[in-house]
Design a protein around this ligand. Structure first.
Ligand code: FE2
Length: 256
């Protein structure tokens, strides 16, 4: 089976390119299951119920989040309408929503787990390796995919090396620049960062002048998302139907 994972969708430009290209990608690569990280989809921070429902209309199976999971409060009151939305297990607030979902695809149980890194991440409550060990002690699934939303490349690679024999894929998110280190080891697919779906002419999807305001002019800035044509970044993981192990991981990028 082929699993598509699209990286952090940033604001309107990111949503637009996902709207425009997702079904083409799903058809071209015979995608069976689609995961999208939507943690920056609502004006750069968080997600709304409306945006989640639009992802579902586009045949997205599971939407993952990150450190900005609940930046838009509206989503908190409507989580019962968002059954395929997961948030990192190890961030505050810990009692809202879920961080793991098990979906059925044909005869397979696919578990998708959302975790945050600890290095340079303010809201993370516990080490993702400790959390993952606890999850694995109880989890029963054929295929296990982890969205590791983390800043530090070393933390993501360490996590992959430690768990590679037990997981089907570890996909890094959060840093928005796609890394060229995709690999398969012990039947587990990995990439340090899958990249973003957001405005190409930007700083990680944010308006360049707004970033200059804060970092150079030293004036307050909301880091609003940039506008204009977007880049779409993702990976396609091919999984052996007999062994449930990853065979290949292919990076995709559509640039304006
Ligand atoms: Fe993030």
């Amino acid at each position: 089976m082929n699993i598509l994972f699209l990286g952090d969708v940033v604001g309107k430009a990111g949503r637009q390119i996902v709207n425009d290209k997702l079904s083409l990608i799903q058809n071209q690569y015979e995608i069976d299951f689609t995961i999208v990280n939507g943690e920056n989809s609502a004006h750069g921070k968080g997600i709304t119920t409306k945006i989640y429902k639009n992802f579902k209309r586009l045949n997205v199976d599971v939407v993952t989040l990150g450190n900005h999971a609940f930046s838009k409060r509206e989503i908190i009151d409507h989580l019962d309408e968002c059954s395929d939305l997961i948030r990192p297990i190890n961030i505050e607030p810990s009692d809202i929503g879920k961080g793991i979902i098990i979906k059925k695809y044909k005869d397979k149980k696919i578990a998708i787990i959302n975790l945050c890194g600890k290095v340079f991440m303010d809201s993370t409550t516990s080490n993702p390796i400790d959390v993952m060990n606890k999850i694995l002690s109880k989890l029963v699934a054929d295929i296990i995919i982890v969205d590791l939303h983390a800043e530090a490349t070393s933390e993501k690679i360490t996590f992959f090396e430690y768990f590679k024999s037990k997981l089907t894929a570890v996909i890094g998110t959060h840093t928005h620049v796609q890394t060229a280190d995709e690999r398969i080891k012990d039947g587990c697919a990995f990439i340090t960062d899958v990249g973003m779906c957001g405005a190409y002419d930007s700083v990680l999807g944010r308006d360049i002048e707004e970033v200059f305001d804060l970092n150079i002019r030293k004036i307050p800035s909301r880091f609003k998302p940039a506008e204009g044509p977007a880049i779409l970044c993702g990976v396609i993981i091919n999984i052996d139907d007999n062994t449930n192990r990853a065979i290949s991981i292919k990076r995709i990028q559509i640039r304006p």
